[in-house]
Design a protein around this ligand. Sequence first.
Ligand SMILES: C[C@H](N)C(=O)N[C@@H](Cc1c[nH]cn1)C(=O)O
Ligand SMILES: [Zn+2]
Ligand SMILES: [Zn+2]
Length: 481
Amino acid sequence: MSYEKLPLEEFYKTIDELKPKFIERLQKAIAIPSVSSDETLRPKVVEMAHFLVDELTTLGFQDIQLKDLGIQPPPVADANLKLPPIVLARFGQDPKKKNVLVYGHYDVQPALKEDGWATEPFTMFHDKENDILFGRGSTDDKGPVMGWLNVVEAHNKLGWELPVNLVCCFEGMEESGSLGLDELVAKEAQQYFKGVDQVTISDNYWLGTTKPVLTYGLRGCNYYQIIVEGPGADLHSGIFGGIIAEPMTDLVKLMSTLVDNKGKILIDGVSDMVAPLTEKEDQLYDAIDFSVEELNAAAGSKTSLHDNKKDILKHRWRFPSLSLHGIEGAFSGAGAKTVIPAKVVGKFSIRTVPNIVSNTLDKLVIDHVTKEFAKLDSVNKFKVELIHDGAYWVSDPFNESFTAASKATQDVWNVVPDFTREGGSIPITLTFEKELGVDVLLLPMGRGDDGAHSINEKLDVPNYINGCKTLGGYLHYYAKA
Ligand SMILES: C[C@H](N)C(=O)N[C@@H](Cc1c[nH]cn1)C(=O)O
Ligand SMILES: [Zn+2]
Ligand SMILES: [Zn+2]
């Protein structure tokens, strides 16, 4: 841990002092159910954008803009549904300073108390005994987004200048494929984002629960739906069962042809596109701090398909996976409803890795499902389509920003971070790298057991507060690099 420390103690202390205010800010953010995938909640996503504008204004950010992205493209139920705006803002425009673009998302995954949450998902619960903040979006990604605002607030309180010019880009559709953002980034590359030296994203998680990480890779995500429809309305299974072709029977058969119960993708040609694992790469996994026990703890079960660290890491970071997510239109309530659903929509996604070509993958998937449907000899109507996609990203972590982030992490956590890849996806990452021609750093705040996308999503207060210190410390080290 030999590096020249910067005098940041006052800054770190100020973050500690502002802790109650920072918790309150996150509480207000969590209270807005900004679920991007639920069309009925779109006004709440827009409300969240305005909440950010108010906070940014109060903190003294400049040139705050809401960028309109127009109408959401199909498939979507409401053909006139507007995409939520992109929130852009700057703090400082000093030509002598570096320009760091920070990206985050203000939308969240859906959450209902009846999914199994212990507390209301959109009412933040502070478990004071364990010092944990529970609520949808706490770790993904409202905590980290508030983190950047908190860094500025701490500087304001100290009367310090920010060491860099900060450019913020916060979006409201990340959980739904970042629709419209690629085009905006391309358009603003030589305008709002002109002169950006580096992009930093805090929107993923540590691998485990104790050791901070810096992340240099993400899997991509192609999300599909299969629609099967037959009767004109839901029907009584006593009257119509055995007499008509049931959409659900077709759909379940189709979905079972996609992946086996050991996680093997059954679509021809997908595995052939995966880049072979090199020996050097294989050795990288040895040094990573992680265990099967940590995976079990985060999953809340002992249902791992792999019994050793290396295989788990490879399957999370390095190989594709196919997950079945749900069936829209199917009976899913408690009790025993004897219904034959008239129209069902099966949802699944594939996490992609180098060198899978997105369009080729789409074709393989569509051909596979079409071929399997033909085998069923069904009279029902059928369609398979891509809902959204997002590219994978892998970078070389040996650059100034990773070094700066490592120093800040050591200041705050007293440990050298591991360099990891992430199994999840942040669709815009590769676009930033390509369109702005700069390095991207992923600097996560939360822990691997935070339950992002799951019930009881949480952010430990030490991760929130030390995370703010790390984000701010990183800006200082990067400014000096
Ligand atoms: C890692 C990030 N916080 C995240 O959760 N990303 C989502 C992005 C996505 C892609 N399709 C739908 N959502 C994820 O990895 O699921
Ligand atoms: Zn996220
Ligand atoms: Zn997410």
